[in-house]
Design a protein around this ligand. Structure first.
Ligand code: XMP
Length: 516
């Protein structure tokens, strides 16, 4: 079954650019729904999205080569405006018979263009504007029926249009922040050229999703796991709004959470769900299974298996369930290229780590069309408290991967106290939202110190704070020295058992964000 989105959309055909998701997000930020489909999508697949316009993304391939990615369908038969960006523009040109050539020098970064501000795409923008170029191939000639509407020194055809056929091309990237008038150019495409309406919003999303979930679920019951993270909380709040007490959210306290976290999550969710949370205190079970285990991968496996065992037990206790709801987001969908629809019966659950074969549910993934920032917006609309929505990511295996080596309860307690001081400090100084993630690690290393007249021989704690956009790459956060000094002092003074604090200045790659 196809997803039946009632609104209209802009379809982005993906040729593999690192910026493709950014194009979709920029368009949605204008209250126009956009979807990303693979460049190989068929006409029916594209039409199912009810497109008001089509964008061909950039891409890393070289169109002067034979086996570069090309279109497999006649997109012009759709009768909607088309915008090619970078590779997309080159592809349109090549298909329309123009010649491409390798540029004398590859053009990367800031470039100044002169734009024809009478053209629909550049209307309301300045003649001279700074744009972000990233290409090694350019147009040698312009295809018949097109005219150049912008040029730069290195690229005489920096943008082109065929107004009659409503086909446009930009050699630069309007979606990136460095293109000064990028948003205006995209707005012109959306509203002047495609005549889109501003109908996409958290409100319209929630209203429609609630109806869809109700229709699919009927009077069946739905199981879900909540971790306290943003995605599962928003997912549960949304499904709760649709079906209330037919939803059974299970929260497993694995004993590896931060200080008071289990209680805080319980309170927050109790405040925004109408259904009752199933709270499972499984700390002892997890810790006894982890006893003496030092290998990071083994720790993860044990935690994953323990979670499944407990989740299965709870599912039997509270079941039967026809559906499992989970907080999968759009980037996962794009990356795995999964199809929409309820027919995907799962045997494995990436957030949980693989459910056993005999547990098979139909899957409900109500956030699978959303980017993270949109999930936060939906969370706000559903009245989740800001502190829940702006939370840093937290790994499934919890503090187990922040205590290198064997895990004992006392070390977890020490780590919780260190972590609390660090996080509270970040919040107090208004630094929490500036970093992607911040946390402490307790090292299995003792060092000598002196406190008052006494020699100490205690553990060392690491503070880690990183900036990132997606967790795939990360840089260490340049937190102010004075702040780090105050936090280190506070930790050493207040946490008996830690006499040394170090700050992790490794980036990812080559390091990872977590220590294990
Ligand atoms: P790394 O350490 O791989 O982490 O650079 C990248 C991001 O993923 C989080 N992370 C996990 N999240 N289960 C999760 O749900 C895990 O096993 C896991 N390991 C790492 C990490 O906190 C960071 O945000």
């Amino acid at each position: 079954m196809k997803r039946e989105w009632e609104g209209e959309s802009i379809v982005i055909l993906d040729f593999g650019s690192q910026y493709t998701q950014l194009i979709a997000r920029r368009i949605r930020a204008e209250s126009v729904f956009s979807v990303i489909l693979p460049h190989s999508a068929g006409i029916e697949e594209i039409m199912a999205e009810n497109p008001k316009g089509l964008v061909l993304s950039g891409g890393p391939a070289d169109l002067t080569e034979e086996n570069a990615l090309r279109l497999e369908v006649d997109i012009y038969s759709l009768g909607v405006p088309v915008l090619g960006i970078c590779y997309g523009m080159q592809l349109i040109s090549q298909m329309k018979g123009a010649e491409l050539e390798r540029a004398d020098h590859r053009e990367y970064g800031h470039t100044k263009i002169e734009a024809d501000t009478d053209s629909a795409l550049f209307r309301g923008t300045p003649v001279e504007q700074k744009v972000w170029m990233s290409h090694g191939v350019r147009l040698k000639s312009i295809p018949a029926g097109f005219r150049a509407i912008a040029s730069s020194v290195g690229c005489p055809i920096a943008a082109m249009s065929n107004d009659e056929e409503r086909i446009y091309g930009l050699q630069f990237h309007p979606e990136v922040f460095h293109t000064e008038n990028g948003i205006e150019i995209l707005q012109n495409f959306l509203f002047e050229i495609c005549c889109c309406d501003k109908v996409w919003s958290s409100k319209s999303f929630v209203e429609l999703e609630v109806l869809r979930i109700r229709e699919r679920v009927g009077d069946a019951r739905v199981l879900c796991a909540v971790s306290g993270g943003v995605d599962s909380s928003v997912m549960a709040a949304l499904v709760d709004r649709a079906i209330g007490k037919q939803l059974v959210p299970v929260f497993v306290d694995n004993g590896l959470l931060r200080e008071n976290e289990a209680e805080e999550v319980r309170e927050i969710l109790a405040g925004c769900l109408t259904t009752d949370l199933v709270f499972v205190d499984a700390a002892d079970e997890f810790l006894s299974r982890l006893n003496g285990i030092t290998d990071p991968e083994e720790k993860r496996k044990i935690i994953g298996t323990a979670f499944i065992d407990i989740f299965e037990r709870e599912s039997e206790k509270h079941g039967p369930f026809a559906f499992l709801a989970q907080g999968t987001l759009y980037p996962d969908v794009i990356e795995s290229r999964s199809t929409f629809g309820p027919s995907d019966t799962i045997k494995s659950h990436h957030n949980v780590g693989g459910l056993p074969d005999e547990m098979s549910f139909e899957l409900i993934e109500p956030l699978s069309l959303l980017f993270k920032d949109e999930v936060r917006e939906v969370g706000k609309f559903l009245d989740l408290p800001a502190v829940q929505i702006e939370r840093h990511p937290f790994p499934g295996p919890g503090l187990a991967v922040r205590v290198p080596g064997a895990i004992v309860r006392e070390d977890l307690d020490l780590l919780r106290r260190v972590d609390r001081i660090f996080i509270d400090g970040l919040r107090r100084e208004g630094l929490y939202d500036d970093v992607w993630q911040a946390f402490a690690v307790l090292l299995p290393v003792r060092s000598v110190g002196v406190m008052g007249d006494e020699r100490t021989y205690q553990k060392a704690a690491v503070l880690r704070a990183v900036t990132s956009t997606d967790g795939m790459t990360a840089d260490w956060a340049r937190l102010p020295y004075d702040f780090l000094q105050d936090i280190a002092n506070e930790i050493i003074n207040k946490v008996d058992g830690v006499n040394r604090v170090v700050y992790d200045i490794s980036s990812k790659p080559p390091s990872t964000i977590e220590w294990e």
